[in-house]
Design a protein around this ligand. Structure first.
Ligand code: ZN
Ligand code: FE
Length: 256
């Protein structure tokens, strides 16, 4: 049974920040607070008191609100052990396979390096929620600023293994441009074509396309499908290993 109430806050040009509230314990976390002000406004509107910050990685559009929120609330800041020195105000360090109790649930933590060297994801199994920062996007994945294609493919493989009914709470609204790119490397995928049309309808109405369902990502996101024969053939790499295919898809996206 889902127990956590999740509230999406659009900030900056295309970031999503999430409030995660547990009525059972009264705890409230914010995931990747890019900025403090809109988070404080949302907390006030909901009548929730901030107790935790959950960071996925060090980038400023994910940690920019850390210190102001901690100063205002005394909240606990949780983040990746592998990048602890770059997480402002970090109190609790987590790494691969560790569990963190929050709101009467336990989040399972995955190390998912690739976008940055110390990126983590939080999976709340009971609430079927995945907070994956800039590792997995709707129809996309993060740029490889500090990691290799092999690392990112391995990281995405950990997330792909989660249940199909998991909601993917990623940190950016990049879906429409991701869809245009995805169609260039997976043109025969009927589910992708249908999804791209739906995304155009949602965006025309100003509706978020995030969160998405992991099962839908598995069927349509080219960065989760580097071991799919159709994509390999479409980009002229039939028979190549998945890491080679993933690297080529990522390279093409960088220049799209
Ligand atoms: Zn980032
Ligand atoms: Fe980001």
């Amino acid at each position: 049974m889902p127990q956590l109430e999740i509230h999406q806050i659009p900030v900056l040009s295309d970031n999503y920040v999430y409030l995660v509230h547990a009525a059972a314990t009264g705890e409230t976390a914010v995931v990747d607070p890019a900025v403090a002000g809109p988070v404080q406004d949302a907390l006030a509107a909901k009548g929730w008191t901030l107790t935790h910050i959950l960071n996925t990685h060090h980038h400023g559009d994910h940690t920019g609100g850390n210190l102001a929120l901690k100063q205002a609330t005394g909240c606990t800041i949780v983040g990746p052990r592998a990048d602890a020195t770059r997480i402002p105000g970090i109190d609790v360090q987590l790494g691969d396979g560790e569990r963190y109790g929050f709101g009467g649930e336990e989040a399972l933590v995955f190390d998912v390096p690739g976008h940055t060297r110390g990126h983590i994801a939080y999976h709340f199994a009971d609430s079927r929620a995945l907070f994956c920062g800039d590792t997995l996007f709707a129809l996309g994945c993060g740029r490889l600023f500090e990691g290799t294609p092999q690392q990112m493919w391995t990281s995405l493989g950990k997330l792909r293994a989660l249940p199909a009914d998991t909601r993917v709470y990623c940190a950016h609204e990049y879906t429409q441009s991701n869809a245009r790119f995805a169609l260039t490397v997976d043109p025969a995928n009927a589910a992708l074509k249908t999804r791209a049309e739906e995304i155009d309808r949602l965006r025309a109405a100003g509706t978020p396309t995030v969160p998405s369902l992991l099962g839908v990502e598995k069927a349509t996101n080219p960065f989760l499908r580097a071991d799919d024969a159709g994509i390999a053939a479409a980009i002229g790499l039939a028979g190549a290993d998945p890491v080679t295919i993933f690297a080529e898809v990522r390279r093409r996206k960088d220049h799209f």
